[in-house]
Design a protein around this ligand. Sequence first.
Ligand code: HGY
Ligand code: MN
Ligand code: MN
Length: 420
Amino acid sequence: MPSAATQAPVPAVHVDEARHWDRLMQMARLGAIPGEGVNRAALSDLDHQARRLLLSWGAELGLASSVDALGNLFLRHEGTDPTLAPLLAGSHMDSQPKGGRFDGIWGVLAALDAVQAIRKAGLATRRAIEIVAWTNEEGGRFAPGCMGSMAFSGHSPPNTWDDTRDREGLRFGDELARLLAAESDIPRRKLGFTPFAYIEPHIEQGPLLEAGGLDIGVVTGIQGSRWFLVEIAGKTDHAGTAPLSLRQDAVQDMLRAITALNALMADPTDVLRFTVGRIEVEPNSSNTVADLARFSIDFRHPDAAILTERGDAIPATIQSAMTTCRATVRETFHALPARFDPMVQDAVEAAALDLGLKPRRLPSGAFHDAQFLVPVCPSGMIFIPSRNGISHHPAEYSSPTQVANGTRVLALTLLRLASM
Ligand code: HGY
Ligand code: MN
Ligand code: MN
């Protein structure tokens, strides 16, 4: 640890806490739901409005905007040496259906305000800094999540999800085309480039920082995630007349499948995460036997071998649970466990210490776009505390000081990496 005398002076960057909070609250009004929550689905009209608001703030700063074929949105702060690969910082703007005011959007606004603080301090950076808002991280409207970052990183072809439909039957490809048409005034750029490094500020969405009285999470990595969509097809029957012995009841076989999956996913160490969060039944009538049951699977684990072993056993487990119905199982998302680059982790930790804040290193249980940037460039994340560890809920909250601290850490981290 360099002594105070030898330590480089900490750049005086001032993040305007009031303005930063006001921007967050302006964004929170776009899709506001009771309980101070937000419902702003990817590619919705509200998403269009939020992007326009971000673009207006970027234009005030003189940042150059651009958008790629997946709708990933960029704002660029020029560096002094255009031959150098830029830094990339940001997160996502879409929310869960009953989400909070901070998940994703804070990371985008942290990048905006960090760049604004750097420019206001008159600090030229050798490397350009690009602010990014990734398309459809949550996957709430169009599953799976992280489409924008998966396409950007080459993990998946850009047209992979064109025929994916939302609950109203709208195609992702059509809604993406509608967004790009609405933003035809924004310069288009090719999909994908190699940043020098990527940093994603994000709320912790867990209890550890708050419980430890800590200010900043230096994220070490992200556990693996696998999503599946299961459809069980049976036969419609009259609830009053069809004997149980003759039924092909999709709901009953769905229950057998979920029970069998619970047994497969049993974990006495409570590290494994297994969630059935979405169920649809047709015709969804109390006096008609269901001929279709559809459910989602969200399975996560930090160990790649367990993620493979248990995840690969899901289809056979479901098939063996069928008694009278037919099941189809489709994997829609597969993110390997990711470890963040020590260089980025060290830069984040040093920035927090320079600011007199209390950091700790910790893994992320939630997935993030950063997971898909790991194979592209050195990547890392900055966490700030979540009140009571709550997220994906209207009660999600981080304080004005906490969000400003996270943004200050980002600004110093960017300055440190921009000079490398
Ligand atoms: O589901 C997740 O982990 C992320 O919050 N979208
Ligand atoms: Mn998020
Ligand atoms: Mn989320």
